[in-house]
Write a protein that binds this ligand. Structure first.
Ligand SMILES: [Zn+2]
Ligand SMILES: [Zn+2]
Length: 169
């Protein structure tokens, strides 16, 4: 067992299946009242946290950076790698995409929604949404998804499912 006496104690946040790094870091920071800059400082990795939360992953996080982050957030480094695109997968940081049906089942942002070639949800055979179905504003970065609703018109993400089009439509 690793001892934790020598470092500050943080509320642990359990990563979810397929959860994106942005969504996970947002949850961890809120539970621990940390800004992206403060988390980066604690981990000794500078200002990269805010960039990663925007899916700006070029340059890609180094193993040392992820090890430092893993020691603060209390998850295995391999678990952090699962929140990032695997090698060879091109990311599209913008627009933030959403399958509202997935979200209604389990409310969090999946990393695969930001893969460049991924314009639909394979589980539901639906096109991913790229903006609010009501006010047409883009979605905020997943680190800021707290209530799971449009930050402008407050329409819940789960309720956008009925406007989500079939990939065959
Ligand atoms: Zn889905
Ligand atoms: Zn809206």
């Amino acid at each position: 067992m690793e001892t934790v006496e020598d470092k500050p104690w943080f509320f642990q946040v359990e990563p979810l299946e397929g959860e994106s790094i942005s969504h996970f870091l947002g949850r961890f920071r809120r539970d621990n009242y940390l800004t992206p800059g403060e988390l980066g400082k604690l981990a000794g990795i500078g200002w990269v946290v805010g960039r990663w939360e925007k899916f700006y992953l070029n340059p890609f996080p180094t193993r040392q950076e992820l090890e430092a982050l893993a020691s603060i957030v209390g998850v295995e480094i391999e678990r952090l790698y699962q929140m990032l695109p695997s090698q060879g997968v091109v990311m599209q940081p913008k627009p933030i995409r959403l399958c509202a049906v997935c979200y209604a089942e389990n409310p969090y942002h999946r990393i695969e929604w930001q893969f460049k070639e991924r314009w639909r949800c394979d589980r539901h055979q639906l096109h991913l949404l790229t903006k609010c179905t009501n006010c047409k504003r883009p979605f905020p970065i997943p680190a800021l998804w707290v209530q799971g609703e449009c930050s402008h018109c407050l329409l819940p993400f789960a309720r956008m499912a009925k406007r989500q089009k079939s990939r065959r439509a």
